[in-house]
Design a protein. Structure first.
Lengths: 176, 176
């Protein structure tokens, strides 16, 4: 997950825009158009990347390396011109890969209230590099872990537990 | 993972080919070119899909639905003309999504000995629809589960354990 301006500096496209630009040449892209996402009007997916030092890119260690290095790259290139930033991105990462980059809405929680915007808003309020990682915590039976169980997991592992509504409330105050 | 002819009927592109076709318009794609995969000369990635009946597409249940329905779709459309097959694919699936489709080499194990070809060769020898799923079994410490541990896991869960070399040996005999 990355803030909109940072994604623009790295020239990262929304994949749906890229697909719609080439759908004449690739009719399958038009057939597969993601116009029915139950929780959203537009997919926030950009490219899927692997760090060039990963092997398959699939293991937890590989994914962790990709995510960590991507945040470092964005921090390091944020004040560089776009052309240089893209070059440095390409030196370290390849695509296609296993980590999908999601681009936050430009106006963050004022525009969309997805996990991407929640994470990036939180980072912005904290004054940190606007790159975060999202993961679904799985419960038994193949579904997401219920909230109460996620809370217990957080307590047990000494992690911060925040709900979307907490972040939205803080954001409203902060962005006044 | 899907056999090459089945992917062609569905007009599924290699993502690297698609990217290289539009890299003038999207310079970031050229920067990110996947020309240094440690185990391969060319990425076998095609599009990433979700079944339209998934919610996020992320949970095990959602991924399982996408994979199962994709295999059923390929089975159902294999003798239909390409245009109809693409239309039926698009009715059921959207892209971008969370399940990357990998396309096997045309000559399977005679050309490349990756997991994609191992799985599709096995299905072909068994006379089954040439669509399989691959997953990395994770061990502790974020790496893939060592072979001996995977063997124990298979025994405990009453699963078949096969090594790549077993499949290659059988393939050589079968394809004579």
């Amino acid at each position: 997950m990355i803030a909109h301006p940072a994604a623009q500096n790295l020239q990262l496209p929304f994949l749906t825009d890229l697909f719609s630009n080439v759908s004449t040449e690739y009719p399958v892209l038009e057939a597969l158009v993601a116009n029915d996402i139950p929780y959203d009007t537009k997919s926030s997916f950009s490219l899927y990347i692997n760090h060039r030092k990963t092997y398959t890119g699939i293991t937890d260690n590989d994914r962790s390396l990709t995510m960590k290095k991507f945040a470092e790259l964005v921090k390091r290139t944020k004040d560089k011109d776009s052309k240089t930033a893209v070059k440095e991105l390409g030196k370290e990462f390849r695509s296609p890969g296993h980590i999908p980059i999601c681009i936050a809405s430009e106006k963050l929680l004022n525009e969309r209230k997805g996990h991407t915007e929640l994470v990036i808003s939180l980072l912005e309020m904290a004054g940190l590099t606007p790159v975060g990682s999202g993961c679904e915590i799985m419960g038994e039976h193949g579904k997401a872990l219920p909230k109460e169980d996620a809370k217990k997991y957080a307590e047990k592992n000494n992690l911060m537990f925040l709900e979307g509504n907490d972040i939205i409330k803080a954001w409203k105050q902060w962005s006044k």
